[in-house]
Design a protein around this ligand. Structure first.
Ligand code: GTP
Ligand code: MG
Length: 259
């Protein structure tokens, strides 16, 4: 009888130990799976948020009269809205590029901002630069030589802007108005502007020595300036906003604002 009692106690002890074991063992994987589930959810959510936050702002900038407003309407509506006057306010809109309207499938809208070239509105450009995913710097290829210095100074300011350097914002040097045979080629414009920026680099470093701060210095010390020395990618293209030859501009926009 006593033996039977002992056996009963032993069985009860085993049962208790078994229950404790069963309670302990499955809990570890349970916690682990909850943590894994939570982490995966956070990961997926952050990917979604990150994707949504990706900038889609493209800036059109350059001297007054270079053809930014005409280009803006050409990209949006497929027409040039002839008779554009000097813009006094930034012109901005979010849209799917006109040539993509007929395409099936997803096309991400682009937030395009045409920043007037008037010198009084320069502060406006500084407001938009930190938000830019890409910059189209428009140059008048017809009236290029008389404007070469001013255009190079403007481009120098863009390329040395703190947020442009920090975010490595890609820049397209868009040689516009190539519908006219007298327009300069993009190679000529690139070389002339590199030479002009080289001069500015030297003169501005002298000014900087007198304690006027420049955001950043451009190029490689001891070497003649070339756009390929910039930390951000600078490419050159030809376009005609007036006749709608904007393929290279659209390709550039789509490279940085993925459909
Ligand atoms: N031939 C030719 N003329 C153009 C082209 N694009 C613009 N123009 C002309 O250039 C002039 C200036 O064009 P806008 O688009 O107003 O110039 P903008 O860069 O917006 O100038 P701001 O607003 O003052 O900064 C207009 O008379 C246009 O008709 C082009 O591709 N070819
Ligand atoms: Mg304009």
């Amino acid at each position: 009888m006593e033996k039977l009692e002992d056996l009963k106690i032993l069985a009860e002890q085993w049962l208790h130990q078994g229950i404790e074991f069963v309670q302990q063992v499955p809990q570890t994987p349970l916690y682990a799976s909850i943590v894994v589930l939570l982490l995966t959810t956070i990961w997926f959510l952050s990917i979604r948020l990150f994707r949504r936050a990706k900038p889609n702002t493209v800036l059109l900038c350059g001297l007054s009269g270079s053809g930014k407003t005409v280009l803006f309407y050409q990209l949006r509506d497929g027409s040039s809205h002839q008779g554009a006057v000097t813009s006094m306010e930034p012109n901005e809109d979010t849209f799917v590029l006109h040539t993509e309207n007929t395409k099936r499938g997803k096309t991400k809208p682009v937030h395009l901002v045409d920043v007037p070239g008037h010198s009084r509105l320069k502060s406006k450009l500084e407001e938009y630069l930190p938000r830019a995913a890409a910059i189209v710097f428009v140059v008048d290829a017809l009236e290029f030589l008389p404007n070469c210095r001013a255009a190079s100074e403007y481009l120098y300011d863009v390329l040395t802007n703190a947020s442009v350097v920090k975010n490595k914002v890609p820049v397209l040097l868009c040689c516009n108005k190539t519908d006219k045979v007298t327009a300069h080629t993009k190679e000529f414009i690139r070389k002339q502007m590199e030479k002009e920026i080289e001069k500015l680099r030297v003169s501005r470093s002298v000014i900087s020595a007198a304690d006027i701060t420049n955001d950043f210095t451009l190029g490689i010390e001891g070497e003649l300036f070339s756009f390929s020395h910039c930390l951000n990618k600078v490419t050159v293209a030809e376009a005609s906003g007036l006749t709608g030859e904007t393929d290279q501009v659209q390709d550039f926009i789509r490279e940085y604002v993925k459909p």
